[in-house]
Design a protein around this ligand. Sequence first.
Ligand code: ADP
Ligand code: ADP
Length: 228
Amino acid sequence: DAILQVQDLSVVYHSSRGPHTAVGDLNLTLRSGEFVSILGPSGCGKSTLLSVVAGLLPASRGRVMVSGEPVRRPRPDVGIVFQKPTLLPWRTVAGNVMVPIEALRRSPRDYAERCRDLLGLVGLAAFAEHYPDELSGGMQQRVSIARALIHDPALMLMDEPFGALDAMTRERMWLELQDIWLSSRKTVLFITHSIPEAVFLSDRVLVMASTPGRIVQEIVIDLPRPRA
Ligand code: ADP
Ligand code: ADP
């Protein structure tokens, strides 16, 4: 029941200063329903790893499989949240949240209620018809989180999604997310700089080190959790 398999992955960047191995021979398997955090210093290759898993960056060597299929391009059935909000400025908040539904050619009508629920969950119920430039950066980031959840993706990739949020909002998001994991048991690969965040949310924490980026330690978080 592995939903994500990363096998002997290496990613080499080429620049004027020559090749730089950002990720070297990295192996990683996520079982269905697992919440796995990746913790590590800046520049150790976390975002590079996530970009390859997301299909946004090619592997130099090795392979990445999602649901048993090699990843070559972004898949609409995978939810992604980046460090910074990435909304379409010409669409309303609700319109942005509905983008994955349209990409998957599902009926927006079937998701109208879920859209409302998710906007409520991220504290933006009153902003469905507003445009991104009317919202703060933190609010825009919460729209991005709702958008990544609308199609109920089996796999979610999150790259420091709460870095830009204030501490209170961040802790509320932790609790809300736990409720979502509880009700739908998503598989999540979660990048963070925050040890408390990793420990609070994860089943496993993988620690990365740099040059080249690799996993040097695995910590199983064996706390009793209100999991379904
Ligand atoms: P992290 O997310 O852990 O901070 P990154 O994956 O962003 O790390 O970067 C890993 C390494 O690859 C760093 O040394 C960074 O400078 C380098 N790097 C990242 N993106 C590029 C790029 N587009 N071109 C060249 N080097 C890059
Ligand atoms: P845009 O400004 O991009 O045209 P719209 O408001 O027309 O955005 O909405 C685009 C999509 O979002 C449509 O699929 C529509 O069904 C859906 N949508 C719009 N408003 C809501 C809402 N309040 N609740 C749920 N879905 C909505």
